[in-house]
Design a protein around this ligand. Structure first.
Ligand code: ADP
Ligand code: MG
Ligand code: ZN
Length: 187
């Protein structure tokens, strides 16, 4: 049995991470493979039990609070699992890395999408660890909402309140490039 492959999709908010994750899921579905989709229980922006893109395309996913819960669903599935998908992976504790690695060691491909950095331009620990473990990393960009250039790599929080684990959409966060981030931060 071959090991599974770990793919990580990162970037700022609105960079198309979830869209790309669901595109990969569709490829397995077209091939009639068995897949499991997970999302953090904390993310209820659009729906509790769906992974939803900003274009409001959605698929059913299991809300979980930890990597251990993912492993339990994986083990309880009963059949071979071809791929596991995890959205908003930065919301999970770093211990999820061990679980996802173990799942690849059991021959299942793993796809994760998440923010690489918080709104303070600092790495999210869980994503940083997965960047090291991943076989393939896809780093996405968004359109900077201040200058309009397709080079946004950061998520800017309009009302900075120190909370880096704070779920939100456009009312709270915009995608910005580094130059614009600097301008608004030194204001
Ligand atoms: P993510 O999971 O990275 O937040 P999604 O895949 O859910 O992103 O949504 C991507 C979609 O967001 C794009 O296809 C586009 O329609 C929309 N969008 C909104 N704001 C922006 C932006 N600043 N840059 C690029 N796309 C944006
Ligand atoms: Mg997303
Ligand atoms: Zn800009």
């Amino acid at each position: 049995m071959a090991f599974g492959k770990l793919t990580l999709i990162v970037g700022p908010m609105y960079s198309g991470k979830t869209t790309e994750l669901l595109n990969f899921a569709e490829i397995y579905e077209i091939g009639r493979k068995n897949i499991l989709l997970f999302k953090p229980r904390i993310d209820e922006r659009y729906s509790k039990e769906h992974i939803v893109t900003h274009k409001l395309f959605k698929v059913v996913a299991t809300p979980v609070a930890s990597g251990e819960e993912i492993l339990k669903h994986y083990q309880d599935f009963g059949k071979r699992v071809d791929a596991v998908f995890v959205d908003e992976v930065h919301f999970f504790e770093p211990s999820i890395c061990k679980v996802l690695k173990e799942i690849t060691q059991r021959g299942t491909d793993v796809y994760c999408a998440g923010l690489d950095m918080n709104y303070l331009w600092q790495p999210f620990e869980t994503t940083a660890l997965l960047l090291a473990l991943a076989d393939e990393v896809i780093k996405k960009k968004a359109v900077c909402e201040l200058c309009g250039e397709y080079k946004a790599t950061l998520s800017f929080k309009k009302e900075s309140n120190g909370n880096i684990f704070d779920v939100g959409g456009k009312e709270k966060y915009i995608a910005v490039c580094k130059d614009c981030y600097n301008k608004v931060c030194n204001h």
